[in-house]
Ligand binder design. Structure first.
Ligand SMILES: Cc1cc2nc3c(=O)[nH]c(=O)nc-3n(C[C@H](O)[C@H](O)[C@H](O)COP(=O)(O)OP(=O)(O)OC[C@H]3O[C@@H](n4cnc5c(N)ncnc54)[C@H](O)[C@@H]3O)c2cc1C
Length: 418
């Protein structure tokens, strides 16, 4: 039972997963229990507020384990099925937050304001008879008897049960700086290698694609091994920037490019500017067009395939062919160079933009160390983990929050009734 610094359930981290865990721990534990979340941040919920460009993409209409990477998909599925996208919609409706579906399938609050989501979560915590203590940065967590001692900058707190919801390392100024991985390790866990994910990719200074800054186009990206084996494909919108590649397609594939390069530094990224079309298909189309329109310039022919600004640059820089060359004058190697630039352009990514620009962290505590029916640690009884600290990362579209809601709810509820 509680006194000032003694808690039945203490949640470390009051982000998306932590607020959800706190709400469900409070609801499940009943009026007499002492449930609180501690967070180092002065203002709670910074990451929720910046999410989805300030609109907060709360979830996606269809969420499947295939939308995630990291731990095994069947492990991720076990948690997702306890609280799906429909449950998220119903949960937020119960808090007075209506969600709307956009054409992409992403769900946002009808207010288009992330603050609506954060305010609702904070009032849910309040109504669940739980509290959030801000400016309580935790520096150490240790076992004491059957419970835990949590060292904060404001003094030590005791807890019978502990939930770690401290996030990863992305956007560290919001408070998730990775220190808390050490808490999980000190309580017996391991960590799969952490890297930025959902992060823009950097090209060499002055690379010709950076001169197309501002251009957005649908592409298929592929990560190929040094032997040319395709390891991962990703379709979506690509944004050229002054430093390299951004937009959903580049962000989604970034974790796969990073993982491939750690294992095999010869791995590389290929862009297909004609998603769904192969080298052979486009080559035969250009051969046919040479017969019917031999006098047409190659660049103007490509206007039917890609944006004009892109056509010119792809021919000149991507294929190394004079852009005004008539179709009939193209040598076979030149024609094939154009087709390659269109369908499998190798791009020399030099690095990712790092945690300052990453939306999430890949890697973390592996799900194999968690009882997935409760989110309780298999290494340390009484400890629960949820959210991004775990080795699960979703693609762009509301999947990361869905993981936070589902795993946070399960951890909170289980800690309350376990
Ligand atoms: C710019 C941006 C936009 C995004 N947009 C979306 C989106 O629209 N949809 C989507 O699904 N996902 C989005 N994401 C990803 C999503 O925000 C995260 O996956 C999600 O917030 C993870 O929730 P979490 O609670 O696990 O971690 P966090 O939200 O990172 O919360 C962890 C909390 O723990 C606290 N903490 C950490 N260490 C300590 C410590 N030592 N002591 C005390 N407190 C500590 C932190 O202050 C923080 O409040 C976005 C991310 C970014 C960076």
């Amino acid at each position: 039972m509680a006194n000032g610094s003694q808690y039945d359930i203490l949640i470390v981290g009051a982000g998306a997963a932590g607020l959800m865990a706190t709400t469900f721990a409070g609801r499940g534990a009943g009026q007499t229990a002492n449930v609180a979340a501690v967070d180092g941040a002065k203002h709670i919920g910074a990451k929720i507020l910046v999410a989805g460009g300030g609109r907060c993409n709360v979830t996606h209409e269809v969420v499947t384990p295939q939308d995630f990477a990291g731990s095994k998909r069947n492990q991720i599925a076990k948690v997702l099925k306890t609280f799906g996208a429909d449950d998220t919609v119903e949960f937020f409706a119960g808090l007075g937050v209506k969600l709307k579906r956009e054409d992409t399938g992403k769900l946002f609050p009808t207010t288009d304001r992330a603050k609506t989501v954060l305010d609702a979560l904070l009032s849910a915590v309040d109504r669940a008879n739980a509290t959030v203590l801000n400016e309580h940065r935790v520096t150490k967590v240790s076992r004491s008897g059957d419970g835990f001692t949590v060292r904060t900058e404001q003094g030590d707190l005791q807890a019978s049960k502990l939930i770690l919801a401290t996030g990863g390392k992305s956007l560290p100024k919001t408070g998730s700086d990775g220190l808390a991985y050490g808490f999980a390790i000190s309580l017996g866990h391991t960590l799969t290698k952490t890297t930025p994910a959902l992060v823009p990719l950097v090209l060499p200074d002055g690379h010709w694609l950076t001169r197309l800054s501002g251009l957005t186009t649908d592409v298929e990206l592929a990560v190929a091994s040094s032997t040319g084996k395709i390891l991962h494909r990703q379709s979506g919108s690509l944004l050229m920037t002054h430093f390299g590649l951004s937009g959903p397609a580049a962000m989604d594939i970034s974790r796969h490019w990073i993982a491939a390069n750690l294992a095999d530094p010869g791995s590389h990224l290929l862009i297909n500017f004609l998603p769904g079309k192969s080298f052979d298909q486009i080559e035969s189309e250009l051969v046919a067009l040479t017969e019917s329109h031999g006098g047409a310039g190659i660049t103007s022919v490509l206007y039917d395939y890609v944006l004009r600004r892109l056509a010119h640059t792809l021919v000149a820089e991507g294929a190394g062919v004079e852009p005004t060359t008539a179709m009939a004058q193209l040598s076979k190697p030149q024609r094939r160079a154009v087709v390659k630039a269109l369908t499998a352009l190798p791009v020399p990514v030099v690095r990712d933009r790092g945690y300052l620009f990453a939306e999430v962290t890949a890697g973390g505590v592996p799900l194999s160390e968690i009882d997935l029916s409760t989110m309780e640690s298999r290494k340390c009884p009484g400890l629960y983990l949820c959210g991004e600290i775990l080795d699960v990362d979703g693609r762009i579209g509301g999947y990361n929050f869905q993981w936070a809601w589902a795993s946070g709810r399960l951890a909170g509820l289980s800690a309350a009734i376990g």
